[in-house]
Design a protein around this ligand. Structure first.
Ligand SMILES: Cc1cc2nc3c(=O)[nH]c(=O)nc-3n(C[C@H](O)[C@H](O)[C@H](O)COP(=O)(O)OP(=O)(O)OC[C@H]3O[C@@H](n4cnc5c(N)ncnc54)[C@H](O)[C@@H]3O)c2cc1C
Length: 414
């Protein structure tokens, strides 16, 4: 005996709820069930953005938006032309959720509480309670397709069937989490973490804990992985947007290296060592009476400048008049190519995601349908899509859920 639905959504997270609500809003006659394996739905929404839920970003131009996705860039372009960040904001505004954008583009509910987003979803779910049923604590163990129906078997022994199936099970670092998909033979790109900070154990730089730089350039040695942006020095290493971005673009490479790697910091962003050297030489002429450790031509904070001049072995009381050629060279090199060895990573508490998941090659992004199995759809982080911090991960979930839902509402007319 099966519990029969028109659409079953596996995963009661961001993508699952969004798709369910959009579907029943358009077609209240469609019988939808969300199946969730844990005792709580929307648990990631709850903890997202440090409890504030950075639900999207103020950047609305699809061409610009895709730049924030190390994986999924190409596929998301057309998807964003159909449902972008502005559409997300409208969607929530229409449901009475007031939003605001920070100067950095991050969009939050005006309440500054992720509970507002959860309440919004749960209210909508309740409004459509006849069609939308939550089957909590239910873990799908096997899915098969028989006679154009999906049959879902669960650990709890309850079985379900549906005409359409949307898989919105989110990301996981364990390949086994994707095993319930085995019967559809979708390629799974091995999952690895993205969005983390770099550990620099026993490195003196951590004595500068709390210091932030508005614009530095980081590069992983002997690789093309480069990132620029603000950086924060923490008590365990380095963090901030520039580090998170680099962790995302180099996620797979860093996993292979087991998070032990060499990287350089250009404290002057993209300035070259020769330019730094020229500026120091000019300072030698113009500021000859000043001590090197107390003043610098680069607007570098005093604590960091002291750290760099000490690292360059420049004696404390030395004046610019007495700076030696090799000291200028050493300091210029440190300013533009300061080398560090990372040993390990730390999860960034505000947001972390999985790089990897269901291969995008096997998904039609016009419909979010599997190219292998008719009426099987995917949305959210279960796919091999991930973004940088800033609301981009939720945006990918809303966009893919929207497209899947649009297709499903049409498909179930037939
Ligand atoms: C700490 C943290 C903070 C974050 N903050 C932000 C932020 O501010 N902005 C942003 O854009 N992104 C943020 N993210 C990322 C964002 O939360 C995810 O990208 C997003 O939740 C993905 O939505 P989803 O619906 O695909 O997956 P999820 O929200 O993870 O939902 C998947 C659901 O499926 C369930 N499930 C899994 N397998 C099964 C199964 N076999 N059977 C039944 N149910 C199953 C899971 O229990 C879960 O409830 C954050 C992530 C973390 C970890």
């Amino acid at each position: 005996m099966h519990n029969r639905f028109d659409l079953i959504i596996v995963g009661g997270g961001a993508a699952g709820f969004f798709a369910a609500i959009h579907t029943v809003e358009k077609r209240p006659d469609i019988r939808v069930a969300i199946i969730e394996k844990t005792s709580q739905v929307l648990s990631k929404v709850k903890i997202s953005g440090g409890g504030r839920c950075n639900l999207t970003n103020a950047c609305t131009e699809p061409q610009e938006l895709i730049e924030f996705y190390p994986r999924g860039q190409k596929e998301l372009l057309s998807a964003f032309y159909r449902f972008n960040t502005a559409d997300t904001m409208n969607w929530f505004l229409q449901k009475g959720v007031l939003l605001y954008a920070q100067d950095d583009g991050r969009v939050f509910p005006q309440s500054n509480s992720s509970q507002t987003i959860i309440d919004c979803f749960l209210k909508q779910a309740e409004k459509y309670k006849i069609q939308l049923q939550l089957q909590l604590n239910t873990q799908i163990t096997e899915i098969k397709k028989e006679n154009n129906l999906f049959i879902l078997n669960t650990k709890q022994g309850i079985n379900y069937s549906s005409t359409c199936l949307l898989l919105a099970t989110g990301g996981s670092l364990h390949l086994s989490a994707y095993s319930f998909l085995n019967s559809f033979q979708h390629e799974i790109i091995p999952p690895v973490p993205s969005l983390f900070t770099f550990n620099l154990p026993q490195n003196n730089i951590t004595s500068l804990m709390g210091l932030s730089m508005p614009e530095v350039c980081l590069q992983i040695k002997d690789t093309p992985f480069v990132s620029t942006g603000p950086m924060l020095i923490t008590h365990w290493g380095v963090s901030g947007p520039v580090v998170l971005k680099l962790s995302a673009i180099a996620a797979r490479y860093l996993a292979e290296k087991k998070y032990c790697f060499i990287f350089s910091i250009n404290w002057l962003n993209e300035e070259k060592s020769t330019d730094a050297s020229n500026e120091l030489k000019l300072f030698k002429k113009q500021m000859s009476g000043k001590t090197i450790s107390s003043t610098n031509p680069f607007h570098i904070p005093a604590r960091l400048w002291m750290f760099l001049t000490t690292k360059a072995a420049i004696p404390l009381g030395r004046t610019y008049a007495d700076i030696r050629k090799e000291e200028i060279e050493k300091l210029s090199e440190l300013l533009t190519n300061d080398i560090y060895e990372a040993r390990g990573k730390t999860t960034f508490k505000e947001e972390f995601v999985t790089a990897g998941g269901v291969s995008l090659k096997e998904i039609n992004f016009k419909t979010m349908e599997s190219k292998k199995t008719k009426n099987l759809f995917f949305a959210g982080e279960v796919l091999d899509i991930d973004g940088l911090t800033g609301g981009f991960n939720f945006q990918a979930a809303w966009t893919t859920a929207f497209i899947a839902s649009e297709t499903i509402t049409e498909r179930l007319k037939l």
